[in-house]
Design a protein around this ligand. Structure first.
Ligand code: NDP
Length: 327
């Protein structure tokens, strides 16, 4: 059996990614073999495929931090051939060969059953970015945030996390304010569910320790000054869910919002999130995401397009989500 995969290599010849033909013997250890149908290009895949950040820590490695597909072989008690599954995170695409491949072998404990109502393509249109948006929304809900509390800010609005967060929050009844560097996409963001669109320049420059109280809640995929300013303008006892670093990994903030306004900052990690939380998130996505809006933010590409797409996502050129049909 041979199959196609996007393989990342690093040696004396340099760091490179290319689609190659692999054999069963190239697959890593694992008790479940999956016929992959779809994978995606997330921001982290962009970092991994281009080598811009040290995401990949073992070479050669198949790229792709997520996939959906059908179980081909299993010695894991929970899975049998024919089961439709999703995988996000757990170091796949970082230390364990990943989903930008026609076949993947992983630990059965890492897999989530595809929820009823979602196709394998829709699951990857959501992908790690959309599932992380759901984790952010769930953190705000656990905080007690209700639509009547006021506006919710979503940063990185045209990105994968941001787009899905807007669609989810608006469906749940929240008034969403979308922050973007692409004001030309304002109508698209409104169609997704944003009530108001602001220029990210309002938030991305160094700001004051405290500003006018604007947000009852925040979903931030940008980090750096944007996250600091979002915290500084969050209302008394409001909450901020931070999951990303598209502007930067720094957090140039003061404690003022936390100690003077009781603001709560939630850190959101999708990679090692416990299984119960993942299952809840995927179940909620199947129920709470308007699939026609998901279609509107999804573009399908082929495996051979993945290296270019990786460079494009880091350059901020991708709107919404890229699904990779591994063919
Ligand atoms: P995308 O590239 O799709 O979205 C990022 C968006 O951020 C861009 O579309 C852009 O939105 C905005 N942006 C880009 N550069 C800048 C900048 N310099 N300053 C301000 N805004 C900027 O990425 P994803 O949605 O896939 O991921 C978003 C972030 O979340 C990434 O940092 C990623 O690593 C992180 N992430 C973290 C996870 C976790 O487990 N914690 C899981 C998934 C993602 P616009 O054009 O609208 O301004």
């Amino acid at each position: 059996m041979t199959f196609q995969a996007l393989v990342i290599d690093k040696d004396d010849a340099g760091y490179r990614a290319a689609v190659r033909s692999l054999a069963d013997s190239d697959l890593p250890e694992g008790d479940v073999t999956v016929g992959v149908q779809y994978s995606t290009i997330n921001y982290k895949d962009g970092l991994a495929i281009t080598g811009k950040s040290p995401v990949v820590r073992k070479f050669p490695l198949v790229a792709g931090i997520d996939f959906s597909g059908v179980v081909q072989q299993s010695t894991h008690e929970k899975w049998k051939p024919g089961d439709r599954v999703i995988l996000n995170g757990w170091g796949v695409g970082e230390t364990h060969s990943g989903g930008l491949s026609q076949v993947a072998r992983v630990k059965g404990d890492w897999l989530v059953a595809l929820p009823d109502g979602l196709s394998t393509r829709q699951a990857m249109a959501i992908g790690t970015a959309g599932y992380t948006a759901m984790l952010c929304v769930m953190a705000l809900e656990r905080h007690g945030l209700k639509p009547a509390d006021g506006d919710v800010l979503v940063t990185g609005a045209n990105g994968g996390v941001g787009s899905v967060a807007i669609a989810l929050l608006s469906k749940l009844g929240f008034r969403v304010v979308a922050s973007t560097g692409r004001m030309a996409e304002a109508e698209h963001l409104k169609a997704l569910g944003a009530a108001e669109v602001i220029d990210r320049a309002e938030l991305s420059a160094p700001g004051k320790p405290l500003g006018k109280e604007r947000w009852a809640g925040v979903v931030d995929s940008v980090g750096s000054h944007t996250l600091a300013n979002a915290c500084a303008t969050t209302r008394y006892r409001g909450a901020v869910a931070a999951c990303g670093l598209a502007q930067g990994m720094d957090f140039p903030a003061t404690v003022a919002p936390f100690i003077l306004r009781g603001v709560t900052l939630y850190g959101i990690d999708s990679v090692m999130a416990p299984q119960a939380l993942r299952q809840e998130a995927w179940g909620r996505l199947a129920k709470d995401l308007d699939l026609s809006k998901l279609d509107a933010i999804t573009k399908e590409i082929a495996l051979s397009d993945a290296p270019q797409a990786a460079a494009d996502i880091l350059a901020g050129k991708i709107r919404g989500r890229l699904v990779v049909n591994v063919g």
